[in-house]
Design a protein around this ligand. Structure first.
Ligand SMILES: [Zn+2]
Ligand SMILES: [Zn+2]
Length: 289
C-alpha cells in the first residue's frame, strides 16, 4: 500500500500562517501512514505589498532567509527519516511579482536541487483571490462580475502553466473559495477551464486534488467534480494534496479527495519517487500503510 500527498508541508517554522515545526509535520506524516510526502513551502514574496498578513515583521528579506532555511531543513529531514518515509522536496509558486514572476520562479527553482514544484497562483494582478470574501468581491466587481473574474482566473492560470510548466498544478479553482456550496461555474468559465486543462496536458503536468476546502468548511476538494470529470475525460493525471499547514492538518481530508477522484472516473493516481519518477498507481493500492 502507498499513501502520499504532493502539496503541503507548510510549517510554522517557515510560514507565518502555519503551525508547528517541519520536523513535527514529517513525524505526523509517518504516524499517519504516508509512504511519500511532498514538502512545498510557499515562495518568498519580493515586494512589501505582496506580503501575507502576519509577515510584516519578517519583511521581504526575512522571507528569503526563511525560504533558504526551509530548503536546508527539508533536505536534512529527508536524510534523517529516509528509512521511514520518502520526502519529495519542492515549493509552491506565486504569480508574483506581476511582470517578473516567471524569471523569479525559475531562479528559485534552480537555486536548490528541488524534485518538483507546485505551480499555484493566489492572485490576479497582485490582488489576492483567497484572502477574504470582501477582497474577492471587490476584485470581482472591479473586473466586471463573476464571469469576468472566472475568465481572468483561468486565463492567468493557463499562462502560468504554459510558461512555467510545473509538474503539479495547485488548486485550479481556488477562485471559488468563498462561493456557497451550490456554486457552479458558467459555460464560458468551463470553456476557459478546458483550455487550462489542455495546457496542463500539453506540458505534462498533473492536477493537485487538494483537500483544504474539505477541512476548512469550503465544500468540495479542489477542483470541483465537474472539472475533475473533464480532466479525467481529457486524460489529465491527478495526485493527492493535503495542503497541510502544520502537523494537525497532515493527511486531513485526503479520503474525501480519493473518493472524488474515483467518482470522476480515474483508475490510477500519479505518485512521485526519486528512484522511479512519476508513476501511475492503481487506486486500490492507494491507502495509508
Ligand atoms: Zn499557506
Ligand atoms: Zn496555495
Amino acid at each position: 500500500m502507498t499513501w502520499f500527498s504532493f502539496h503541503g508541508g507548510h510549517s510554522g517554522e517557515f510560514c507565518a500562517h502555519a503551525k508547528g515545526t517541519l520536523d513535527e509535520v514529517v513525524q505526523r506524516a509517518i504516524a499517519r501512514g504516508f509512504t511519500h510526502y511532498g514538502l512545498t513551502e510557499h515562495v518568498p514574496r519580493f515586494r512589501p505589498e505582496d506580503l501575507y498578513p502576519g509577515e510584516e515583521d519578517l519583511g521581504t528579506d526575512g522571507l528569503m532567509r526563511a525560504f533558504l532555511a526551509y530548503a536546508n531543513t527539508a533536505f536534512a529531514l529527508r536524510e534523517q527519516y529516509e528509512d521511514r518515509i520518502e520526502l519529495l522536496i519542492g515549493f509552491e509558486t506565486e504569480t508574483l511579482p506581476p511582470g517578473t514572476w516567471l524569471k523569479t520562479m525559475q531562479t528559485l527553482r534552480l537555486s536548490q536541487p528541488f524534485d518538483y514544484i507546485v505551480g499555484s497562483s493566489h492572485d490576479i494582478d497582485g490582488r489576492w483571490v483567497d484572502y477574504n470574501p470582501e477582497s474577492t468581491e471587490a476584485l470581482k466587481s472591479d473586473l466586471g462580475g463573476d464571469e469576468a473574474l472566472h475568465l481572468a482566473w483561468f486565463a492567468r492560470l493557463t499562462d502560468m502553466v504554459e510558461e512555467l510548466r510545473p509538474e503539479v498544478v495547485g488548486h485550479i479553482d481556488l477562485v471559488r473559495k468563498f462561493e456557497p456550496a451550490n456554486f457552479a461555474f458558467g459555460k464560458p468559465a468551463l470553456h476557459a477551464a478546458e483550455r487550462l486543462l489542455e495546457a496542463v496536458k500539453a506540458t505534462g503536468g498533473i492536477l493537485d486534488v487538494n483537500s483544504a476546502p474539505v477541512r476548512n468548511g469550503y465544500g468540495h476538494a479542489y477542483p470541483l467534480p465537474i472539472l475533475l470529470e473533464m480532466a479525467c475525460r481529457m486524460g489529465v493525471g491527478v495526485t493527492l494534496g493535503d495542503d497541510s499547514h502544520g502537523p494537525d492538518t497532515v493527511g486531513v481530508g485526503l479520503e474525501a479527495s480519493l473518493q472524488a477522484i474515483i467518482a470522476a472516473g480515474y483508475r490510477t493516481i500519479r505518485r512521485l519517487s526519486r528512484a522511479r519518477g512519476w508513476e501511475n498507481i492503481p487506486i486500490d493500492r492507494v491507502q495509508p500503510r
